[in-house]
Structures are given as C-alpha cells and as structure tokens.
Design a protein around this ligand. Structure first.
Ligand code: AMP
Length: 441
C-alpha cells in the first residue's frame, strides 16, 4: 500500500514524498482513512510508529477541504486542538503540521509554558487553524480570554497516558468543558490503563479502535541487553561503552534531574560532549541541548523520563538506561526512542544490585528475559578535575556496607594513577534526590 491509496490530496502527498516516506506505517494505514471519514479514533501507538503523521495529515486535509463552520473572520479561533504532555512533544507536533501543511493555506501555532506568554498572545490574536498546546498554558490563555475554544471541530489527545501520569487529568477536563460538544476526537495512548479507558469512554463516540504495536511490547527492531554493574562503576562502564563502540549519539536515562546533571558533567570531564535535559532546565537550555544532540555537537543527551517523552530524534542508535525506571512501562517508552519507524537500535541497561527487582518486573512485562552481557575488561578513563573543589568528607560510615554489596568482579579494576576515576573516590555528594519517581513538569 502507498500513500496514494489512502485518499490524501495532492498537496499532502507532495509533502509526504518530500519527507522521503514511501510506505505508510501501520498506524497511518489504519488511522488516516478513519480520520478522513470524520470518525473518532482510539489508537494504541507509541512514539516512533509514525502516529503524528497519522493524525496530522488527515486533519490538515479535513480542515482545508471544509470551510470554517462559524464563518469567523479576523482573529479566527482554532478549529483543531492538539494537547500534548510536554513542551518538546508540542514543538515537534507543531513542526510536523508546518512540514506536512507547507502546501496548504492553514495556520498553526504551538503554545507551552516556560516561555514568555506575550508572543503567544500575539499569535493567537492573529488567528490560527490548528493549535498545539500543553494543557497548563492553554488554560492560562483560556482564563485570560486570549483564546476562544468554542470553534474546535477536531481534538487530539496525544500521549494521553503520559498526560494522565503527569497529573493533567483535571486540566484536560477543564479544557474539554470549553469545547463545543460536537467535534471529532482522537485519542493516542501507548498504554491502556483504567484511567485511559474511563477517559476514552467519556470522550469518544463509536471510535475506530487501532492497535498497532501489541500493548506494552518493545519495538522488535531494538536489541536489548543489560550489564550487571556496581552502582559506583556505572559511570566508568558507560564511558568505556561510548568510547569502545565509538557511539556518536546516545540517549542516557537517569531517574533524577540531579543525577542527569551530575552524569552530563562527568561525561564532559571525560572528554565526551554531553548535555542534560530535564524539567528544571529553561526552555532555551532544553531546546539548545536537543538541537546540539540532533546536529551531532552533543554526543550524549542525559535525560529524565519526563523530559525525554515524545522526543523525536531520527535514527537514534543507542539508548542507555543508566538507572532503571521504577515503573516498568517507562522502560518500554525509553527504548521506544531507538529503532524508530522500522530502523534498528540498541538499548542497554546498567543494572546494580538494588535494581535486580526492577529488571525482573521489566522482564515480566516484556514476557521475555533481557540477556545479561559479560562485564568487559577495561581501564577506567581519567577525568579532568572537578571545577568545584568542595571539602572532602572523611570516613563515610556507609562505605564498608556499600562495598560489601558490590557484585563479584563487576568493578573496573583500579589502576595506578587513575584516582580521579576510581569509583569509590570519597567526595561530598550532592543532595539526595527527594523522590525516585520524576515529578510532573
Ligand atoms: P512519530 O511516531 O510520529 O513520533 O514518528 C516517528 C518518526 O517516523 C518521525 O521521525 C517521522 O518523521 C517518521 N515517519 C513517520 N511516518 C513515516 C513513514 N511513513 N515512513 C518513514 N518514516 C516515517
């Protein structure tokens, strides 16, 4: 099947072929005709399946072939609304509408928090057809009467499960209350929790149900392996793997924002270009880090789960779980960043003794074991000194216990003159992260 068979108009077919897409992905094959017909859709699809084009293309077509129902002129209110959990996903979805809609006279806008509100007010005043937004900032605009949602004909909840995980359900309900009752609703979610079912039941009318990847299964094109490694040796192992494999682009997941910062800084000190991306970073810093990662100037992007959600990086070859997520479903989302749209990718997990139970939970979810690779022999890299020369705390009382927990033989051997990279160097640590589960951003 080709895109020509899906009933798309010439302008959209041109945009699709300009992107180099030859065959529609499964979600596109099933989703595009249903959406073109005007049906509600419930789609179980992860990022990386081509889901954005699956809703953006038919939405653009419906909006450009049907006149505005209300005949508004001037500051035309949006006719389509896409809600996303994160700023990054909003920006990416917004870009997709611009790319695919290049040959059409439709206006789209992206609004999210963390950046100035005034430029967004200007854009809304000028009028838009398609509005892509995160829920919180959208409600801010609605409260200030900067946006009128009464003309919305099409609604998309993108990564709805993520929005619920992040506590957006109340915001979503408030947004729904501002929409007209008659509209087309599209709900995309990688997983189906009871909360998602409840949301879908209240929102969708006789939806076309599309399930492209079996629930909670990892992309088949991704190879998955693990190393059993002492917590303190993870950094040296990661540096070795990046060096030895000559990895040029790797996304590394940590559980906390603090951990992401610290690891990015240590990689930099090992001479590996790295940046951290998480919710405490300004929008500009996040955009800069992502741009550097995409253009190759940043080799390693260290991210928390929430910051990484929905990141669309073409042909991302390596994903590393520096720490396993507390929730096994997050593992599936993480490794979904690699092996995109049918390409191969590799996912590696660095598992310490405390994480053995988390690994088992993940294997139970995947319904298959993750092969543990033999620990490589290598010399730890010498890091350049830390710029911050904080006082050394003497006699950590828990050192002896921690050493005793170390799995046999997993610690890289200490070699003469490499004290800076020796895993159990005594140094004052940063504040202990308050919560293992990342906060909603
Ligand atoms: P998404 O699931 O929307 O995040 O899309 C994942 C990636 O697949 C994006 O980089 C798209 O550009 C790419 N993509 C979408 N549709 C196709 C297609 N039909 N053929 C090849 N790549 C695609």
């Amino acid at each position: 099947m080709t895109f020509d068979d899906l009933g798309l108009m010439a302008e959209l077919l041109g945009a699709v072929s300009a992107q180099g897409y030859t065959c529609p992905t499964p979600i596109q094959r099933q989703g595009i005709p249903a959406i073109l017909e005007g049906r509600d859709v419930l789609a179980g699809a992860q990022t990386g399946t081509g889901k954005t084009a699956a809703f953006a293309l038919p939405m653009l077509q419906r909006l450009s072939t049907r006149p505005r129902a209300h005949g508004q002129r001037g500051s035309a209110p949006p006719r389509a609304l896409v809600l996303t959990p994160t700023r990054e996903l909003a920006a990416q979805v917004g870009e997709s509408f611009v790319t695919y809609g290049a040959g059409l006279a439709l206006r789209s806008a992206v609004i999210f928090g963390g950046v100035g509100i005034n430029p967004q007010i200007d854009v809304l005043r000028r009028g838009v057809d398609i509005l892509v937004a995160t829920p919180g900032r959208l409600l801010d605009h609605a409260r200030q009467r900067n946006v009128d949602l009464s003309a919305v004909e099409m609604l998309v909840l993108d990564e709805a499960d993520r929005m619920l995980d992040m506590g957006f359900i109340h915001d979503i309900r408030k947004v729904l209350a501002l929409l007209p009752p008659r509209r087309q609703n599209l709900l995309f979610s990688a997983t189906y929790s009871d909360d998602i079912k409840r949301l879908a039941d209240g929102l969708l009318h006789a939806p076309a149900v599309i399930e492209v990847a079996p629930r909670n299964t990892a992309a088949e094109t991704v190879t998955q392996h693990a190393y059993r490694v002492d917590k303190k040796a993870k950094r040296d192992l990661l540096i070795h793997l990046i060096d030895d494999g000559q990895w040029q682009q790797v996304l590394v997941f940590t559980r906390t924002k603090h951990g992401a910062n610290r690891l990015a800084e240590q990689l930099e000190r090992a001479g590996i270009g790295a940046a951290a991306i998480h919710g405490n970073k300004s929008q500009n810093a996040r955009t800069r880090a992502l741009a550097g990662f995409k253009d190759g100037s940043v080799r390693v992007l260290v991210a928390t789960d929430i910051a990484a959600r929905g990141l669309d990086i073409d042909r991302l070859p390596h994903v590393v779980n520096y720490e396993l997520p507390n929730v096994p479903e997050d593992y599936v989302h993480r490794i979904g960043r690699t092996g995109r749209a049918g390409q191969g990718g590799a996912a590696l997990s660095l598992v310490d003794a405390e994480e053995a139970g988390l690994l088992r939970d993940i294997e139970r979810l995947l319904k298959r074991p993750i092969q543990v690779l033999p620990f490589p022999v290598f010399e730890p890299r010498v890091l350049t000194p830390e710029p911050d020369t904080r006082p050394v705390r003497q006699g950590r009382s828990d050192n002896a216990r921690k050493h005793a927990e170390r799995p046999n033989g997993n610690r890289p051997r200490k070699t003469g003159g490499t004290t800076a990279s020796v895993p159990h160097k005594r140094r004052r640590r940063g504040p202990k992260p308050a919560a293992a589960k990342p906060r909603a951003e």
